[in-house]
Design a protein around this ligand. Sequence first.
Ligand code: OAD
Length: 266
Amino acid sequence: MLAELSPALIAEVELAAKLLTSKQHICILTGAGISAESGIPTFRDKQTGLWENYGVEDLATPEAFTRDPKLVWSWYQWRRQLVADKKPNPAHVALAQWQYHTQSSNQSLTLITQNVDDLHEQAGSMVTHLHGNLWHNRCSQCETACQGQSRASYHSEDTINFDDTLMTCPHCGGYIRPDIVWFGEALPVQAWQTAEDAAANCEVFLSIGTSSLVYPAAGLAQLAKQNGAKIIEINPNPTPNTIVDITLAEKAGVIMPLLIQKITAL
Ligand code: OAD
């Protein structure tokens, strides 16, 4: 793996490792890019197949659910199928190892994700979800949490039944929706508080696999910077993030194991 990386990139990884070991408070924000190597498409990938004619406004807004709840529910059923058998990749594993490693040091490492998959948890990490969890449901009216089908019942080869009856809430009869933050909705209060505190108080902010386009999560790096933190970004593609101090322009699954190897060796 090392042979594939340029000497300049390896030098940047070493610089990042030194910075990360020299500071006490680290905040990490992950996005869809960290799960890309597990086979989960990012949001910037073009929608294909069943969903290519739909935009985000048709599938991931409260208005869309009011207009056509079966369509929105079907999309999330499809996404659950897509994600059900996906496994953590070396980037998730490296992060979990690092978190474990810091338990016996005086470092504090807060991991925040915009992802609704549970690959960080599967890898063994403790993580705060800013945009909800694909495997949780709640009532669209009274907000009561509600269990759905078991994860084991989702198979990627199953076809989606658009005529499925929607589940309704046993308390108020409202439709059950995925417990996910849609466009135009507020983030969960506790999760956002954790993220803001960690960003405002960190000395290094590590951004992994996010396009830095969707706010308020994209503002966390700016908050960290305003409070004196250094910013490290891992992304094979350029982002609009202009406040980055160290850019590691490679896939997270390549960089993270190397970075953690260097951190734990220092
Ligand atoms: P995006 O899909 O916007 O961006 C994914 C980023 O990952 C891009 O910048 C890619 O260049 C990068 N990337 C791709 N493969 C990578 C790899 N192997 N390693 C590292 N980076 C890689 O995803 P997010 O920034 O997470 O919101 O999107 C933010 C939010 O927009 C999502 O949480 C979702 C979406 O609308 C909600 O669902 C509320």
